[in-house]
Design a protein around this ligand. Sequence first.
Ligand code: PLP
Length: 374
Amino acid sequence: MTSHDLPDVPKPAADVAAHDDLSPASRVVALGRPARVPGAGVSPPLELSSTYAAGGPQGYARGGNPTWSAFEEALGSLEGGDALVFASGMAAVSAALSLAPHGSPVVASKTAYNGTVASLLDAERDGSHEVRWVDLTDTAAVVAALDGAAMVWLESPSNPLLEVADLPAIAAAARERGVLSVCDNTFATPLGQQPLSFGVDVVVHSVTKYLSGHSDLILGATVTASTEAGTALHDRLAHHRLLGGGIAGPMETWLALRGLRTLHVRLERATANAAALAERLHGHPSVERVRYPGFGAMVSLEVVGGPEAAERVADAVHLWSHSTSLGGVESQVERRRRHVLEPETTPENLLRLSVGIEDVEDLWRDLDQALRHA
Ligand code: PLP
């Protein structure tokens, strides 16, 4: 592992490599558990101590905690690298952005998550970064913007337009030019794609969403490759977390690991539901346009009748939850432009659907009646 030069960051369990030949569905269940010695717990304990007796593998809990390590071991294995847990997805985004030197150019798209775009707009305004705004689906334009940049920020599929970027091509072009690539993998999850395997340098997650999966906590993560260069990035991110100080709570992290165990089955069901709903929505008289990238459980649709009609749909659902966020077992619907931070690239009449694991016929009946109501 990694953070030899940092105090208080515990090492992951030594037997991670023993699980390398297992499929992700098995690894996510097997990893992050106590060593199998007689009498040991099958599940990891929730560690609430802020400090530890001197001389052991960990000292002060702002730098590391065994519950963090258990979660990081499981997520790191799924993404194929070394994970760090952060207090929120935005804390992970901020840590990753801090890897670009002050004043340096960053290549990014205005169609990313609104919090990320707002952070980049702030950085542009106060001179922390020059931002080169690009269309991530136009690979040639992205590559042309890379020369002299410090970082390229990727989010694919994007929130909420569900645009897909050519991650392998952009990551390779970035590496050739010495540009750091970061990918927000919240929508795809590591079961959908593993950006590190495409040559991306840093993966970012809002763990709040699919990874924890139950809409009951806020958490984030970064993952970097287990190479020399990846380890150097990991150490800088761990340093940022240690000194930034806004750290993840052990309780949230423990719950996230419990949720992560079922990612595979949740995503399988939610994806099947989303694909079925996207197909039916295509022919619906109240729907102008459906966006579904062909994988994952997020669907966006544009409603006939403008933003007012879209709001009426969101207000008329019963089984679906009219609420912000995504990735939970429950299906959610929201008009994204109701948020002041949402970029103008998002159409006013766009509803974002986070499709959950309920019965697909129940979901369809409820959505259909709400759309007809509008
Ligand atoms: N990245 C994406 C793609 C998101 O959708 C979100 C939140 O919606 C975030 C990052 C921020 O995560 P959090 O709300 O956990 O801070």
